[in-house]
Design a protein around this ligand. Structure first.
Ligand code: AMP
Length: 281
């Protein structure tokens, strides 16, 4: 496995693979890899001849008050995970490699990015769309793998690829959880012992919502109220949002008649965590 830091190196390697007629899978990440990322890499290894993993903490997708500086980083550990999972290339650029001083081109989206996480993170999805677009152009993969953990991101990327006729297949992969149900996340490392326990409220409250849907409840507000009530039993938790939205348009629904995404964002202490589930009617 190779680790490279420049666009030119990635292009050279991929070009050689293409000459051999090999297919290419791509897994974009911000590093500090865990089993969630690993599941994406595993799937990519299964479905492609060569797999590229990018590790880049993208400054453009962080707001001014967010955790860009403190975001955890450990390239050595990440390289070991990529290697043992069967990836062939890590692209680990410096921000200066991705954004020249006079950089001024962006990819943005209306609609899908305004609700859910977009409300409290207004610049986030412009940063995500721009960097993912750049990475797709750099790597030139056949398929790219994204986790359902970031359900809004997955919907946004799918829409961007469709709207802009990008020649890449987007593969969504299920949420990987800790044994007690907490969705794996690089940000879980911010939690102290008490907060780690409190963070279980995300999965617990979603489980209540899911059971209600499974038992036939179709009123979105009832689902939202029950999830909200459960989260509010946890003193360390502060809700950012609890929403029931159409799975494709991400627009709020009242009556649940089509596939929906039930998504939440909750602060546990200072750490903002997200979780979700999809439900097909
Ligand atoms: P990140 O490094 O947080 O930007 O995540 C990189 C990719 O890994 C994204 O597509 C995430 O949705 C995915 N991912 C992160 N955590 C998980 C998880 N617990 N289960 C599945 N995919 C995940």
């Amino acid at each position: 496995m190779n680790i490279v830091h420049t666009v030119q190196e990635v292009r050279q390697i991929v070009k050689a693979w293409r000459k051999e007629g090999l297919s290419i899978g791509f897994v974009p990440t911000m590093g500090y890899l865990h089993e969630g990322h690993q599941s994406l890499i595993q799937r990519a290894v299964l479905e492609n001849d060569r797999v590229v993993v990018s590790i880049f903490v993208n400054p453009m997708q962080f707001g001014p008050q967010e955790d860009l500086e403190s975001y955890p980083r450990d390239l050595e550990h990440d390289a070991a995970i990529c290697e043992e999972t069967g990836a062939h290339l890590i692209f680990h650029p410096e921000p200066e490699e991705m954004y020249l001083p006079d950089f001024c081109s962006f990819v943005d989206m209306n609609g899908l990015t305004k609700g859910l996480c977009g409300k409290s993170r207004p610049v986030h999805f412009r940063g995500v769309c721009t960097v993912v677009n750049k990475l797709f152009n750099i790597v030139g993969a056949d398929r790219a793998y994204f986790g359902e953990k970031d359900a809004q991101q997955l919907a946004v990327i799918r829409r961007m690829v469709r709207d802009l006729n990008m020649d890449i297949e987007i593969v969504g992969c299920p949420i990987i959880r800790e044994e007690d149900g907490l969705a794996k996340s690089s940000r879980n490392t911010y939690l102290n012992e008490l907060e780690r326990k409190a963070a279980l409220i995300l999965h617990k409250s979603l489980t209540i919502g899911k059971r209600l849907l499974e038992s036939g409840e179709r009123d979105a507000n009832t689902i939202i109220s029950c999830i909200t009530e459960k989260i509010n039993t946890e003193p360390l938790a502060k809700i950012d949002y609890v929403d029931v939205v159409d799975a494709l348009s991400l627009e709020k629904v009242d009556k649940i008649e089509r596939s929906v995404l039930v998504a939440i964002a909750v602060y546990i202490g200072k750490t903002r965590l997200i979780d979700n589930f999809s439900f097909e009617v």
